[in-house]
Design a protein around this ligand. Structure first.
Ligand code: 9YT
Length: 177
């Protein structure tokens, strides 16, 4: 397999999720063991109504990575990345970065200047992914607490808000400037 940008294998297809992908996405999120597993219905909804801002990575017809995101309802300059899941067997080849890049390069993100996400302190891969993105974009990553642990009914780590920006992502110029 030929390595692409960021070490990604050339046979990974990055595309918008469809409703029929919901089952596999639910399973993939469950397999991570670190993400909050949402209802099966929520993953169907993402495929049905939010596919323009979500990404799946498929290898030989099998979905091994998933990213969900949405534009903030009153602010099309800010994209909120909800979940990033990469199957254990596919980690370390830059799939997270590739999915972020695929998302930011879409027309729907043409006005985006800030990316927000939340990460729990124990989620090392996501922490590294978003610090790496800020570095590639040559911009700041501000961290604060969005949901402290008392916000949750059950035991749950705090969710730290990463706010990355400002930036302008121009795919035709390699994406990062
Ligand atoms: C970037 C990312 O995957 N954040 C996870 C947020 C939250 N803990 C969830 O939905 O799993």
């Amino acid at each position: 397999m030929r390595p692409l940008r960021d070490g990604l294998q050339s046979d990974v297809l990055l595309r918008r999720p469809r409703v029929e992908d919901g089952k596999r996405i639910w399973e993939l999120v469950r397999e991570t063991g670190t993400l909050d597993l949402n209802s099966a219905y929520s993953y169907l909804m993402l495929g049905k109504y939010f596919s323009n801002t979500c990404v799946v990575g498929e290898i030989n017809g099998h979905i091994d990575s998933f990213l969900s995101a949405f534009l903030l309802p009153d602010d099309n300059e800010t994209i909120f990345v909800w979940q990033v899941a990469v199957a254990a067997s596919q980690r370390g080849q830059g799939l997270g970065t590739a999915m972020l890049r695929e998302l930011l390069a879409r027309d729907v993100c043409q006005d985006v200047r800030f990316l927000e996400t939340t990460v729990t302190p124990s989620n090392g891969p996501s922490t590294r992914l978003f610090h790496g993105l800020a570095k590639r974009l040559g911009t700041r990553c501000e961290i604060s607490v969005l949901f402290d642990r008392h916000t949750f009914l059950d035991a749950h780590e705090e969710e730290q808000l990463f706010r990355i920006g400002p930036f302008k992502f121009i795919a035709s110029q390699g994406g990062y400037q």
